[in-house]
Design a protein around this ligand. Structure first.
Ligand code: SAM
Length: 246
């Protein structure tokens, strides 16, 4: 055995864990709505089935509890999770993204995020399932509008709007918001989105932090926010972070 090779028992344990993980994801996938299946089939989302299923359940709970307000997403990329939210929520939806090359990370982001950014800007990044990486496309916002259209949704600027540009410049949501999905991986944009959305979030409304337990600093930015907002409760950390407003 090579001196740096992991012990056989550990290799076996990892294999079993990966196998069980695949079975779990496959089981969840069978319970997804048709629109979530569609965005997965069309390779429009990076979200695994358990995150899509959790979004679906949150939408249903907000409808059931009559929480007032629109849905928004910060970090749309190819439009997958945005389409799910816009389709399942019978409300206004607004998506925010640069719709182009991802912005540079900052000093509070860890080396893995900087390494990913270097790979993307080198031109060598691959997309979902071996597709071209979406950030290299110069017609991304148009492609996302078309993806909405094939899900039966019209990006008309009122019921459904897409705002292209940095969150710093575009994100000024109007009251009330019932659900915000923050899916932008980085420390500073997560902190900015939380600060801008919180004042207009309805009581009982939720903010979903896609990367709360991920390798990036989203968790740190969120915990800092929670320390200074006594009306915010972290109700889940997996499969993503969920903050509810009292
Ligand atoms: C992980 S992707 C979103 C994935 C998507 N929700 C899905 O269903 O696969 C993150 C997106 O956030 C965007 N983004 C990150 N920081 C941003 C910022 N400061 N302003 C605007 N967009 C930003 C990136 O360009 C990227 O498209």
């Amino acid at each position: 055995m090579h001196p740096s090779a992991p012990p056989p028992a550990l290799t076996r344990f990892r294999g079993v864990r990966a196998f069980l993980g695949r079975i779990y994801r496959a089981a969840i996938a069978t319970r997804l709505s048709e629109v979530s299946r569609q965005v997965r089939r069309e390779r429009l989302t990076y979200l695994p089935p358990q995150k899509l299923r959790s979004l679906e359940r949150l939408v249903a709970a907000l409808e059931r509890d009559g929480v007032d307000g629109s849905f928004i997403e910060c970090g749309v990329a190819l439009g997958g999770s945005a389409i799910v939210l816009a389709k399942l929520g019978d409300r206004p939806f607004a998506g925010y993204d640069v719709f182009g090359m991802m912005p540079a990370p900052g000093p509070d982001d860890p080396p893995s995020i900087h390494a990913r950014y270097a790979e993307v800007t080198s031109g060598r990044a691959a997309g979902i399932g071996g597709d071209d990486y979406y950030g290299y496309r110069d017609d991304l916002v148009h492609a996302v509008e078309q993806a909405f259209a094939s899900a039966g949704l019209c990006v008309d600027g009122t019921r459904i709007a897409l705002h292209a540009g940095l969150f710093e410049h575009t994100l000024r949501p109007e009251r009330p918001v019932a659900l915000a999905h923050i899916d932008c991986d980085r420390h500073d944009p997560v902190a900015l989105c939380l600060e801008r959305i919180w004042p207009v979030l309805s009581p009982g409304g939720v903010i979903v932090l896609d990367d709360y337990t991920g390798a990036g600093a989203c968790g740190t930015a969120t915990d800092t926010f929670l320390d200074t907002h006594s009306d915010a409760t972290l109700t889940a950390t997996r499969p993503h972070g969920i903050i509810r407003k009292r």
